[in-house]
Design a protein around this ligand. Sequence first.
Ligand code: NAP
Length: 289
Amino acid sequence: MAHIAFIGLGVMGGPIAGHLARAGHRMTVYNRSIGKAKSWAETYGGTVAVSPAKAAEHADIVISCVGTDDDLSQVTLGRDGAFRAMKPGGLYIDHTTVSARIARQLYVEGESRGLYFVDAPVTGGQAGAEKGSLSVMCGGSQPAVDAAKIVMQAYAARIVHVGKAGAGQTAKMVNQICIGGVVQGLAEALRFAQAAELNLDKVFEAISGGAAQSWQMDNYWKTMAADNFDFGFAVDWMRKDLGLALEEARANGATLPVTALIDQFFADVQAMGGHRQDTSALVRRITRA
Ligand code: NAP
């Protein structure tokens, strides 16, 4: 069992860190708003640290799941960042969805300090984090990813080493590009079925086992039909992620015309007040006939 420092105890990080505690690791936790760290420690045990550096100073492994590039930069390279305090040979695993650029930068910064860095974004949502069934896509060196896999098995059903540093983040962008198109298709299909005055449960029963089947259909058809958009991954996070994909496409020469359009559709949903609604809220901007 390892001494693990965990930074960022939000919707995803809280339950992920919980699985690590249950697996028997010695945990030190840090969160920007300290109340979350204290209530996590009341539930799972472990020690609360006052900064990422304090959390990391005696840890073998540091894991983060914060929000954005700026947040990740702050908790790693900032004045009280973990990189300053980690012991040479230490392993840093990051589960935040961020740019491939910062993942590559942290790999290089880590190398110069004798640290191993693995970019390891996740998919599977809040439910996957709580059940311990996340999929993790990893970028980094083989020994680092092999070491990371041993601890990540506590909360992941699938762990794939995609390639070198940054490849985990670019794979996550592929994931988000796929989701954007599918959710828009689903939203249009639902509005079409409503305009045709079909029984939506019967439509679902008829088509959800065939070629139109998708995770999005299985999880969102019925809640979308009920105008209920309170089920997980938020529109604000999706806009962040599509922005990362569009930025990466500018660098690698890929064209993403539909993704760019759907990003603008999500901006419409934000303007309608749907920042924290789930991504199926895309349907809200299509007028019901
Ligand atoms: P969240 O609930 O907002 O949690 C983020 C946590 O990180 C919060 O507890 C926050 O502290 C902490 N944090 C943020 N910036 C920090 C900083 N600069 N220093 C210290 N702590 C900081 O978000 P989440 O839903 O867990 O998502 C986390 C990441 O996973 C995001 O990159 C997201 O895109 C990705 N992701 C999310 C999902 C999902 O379904 N939610 C699925 C896959 C991937 P405070 O309490 O102070 O805000």
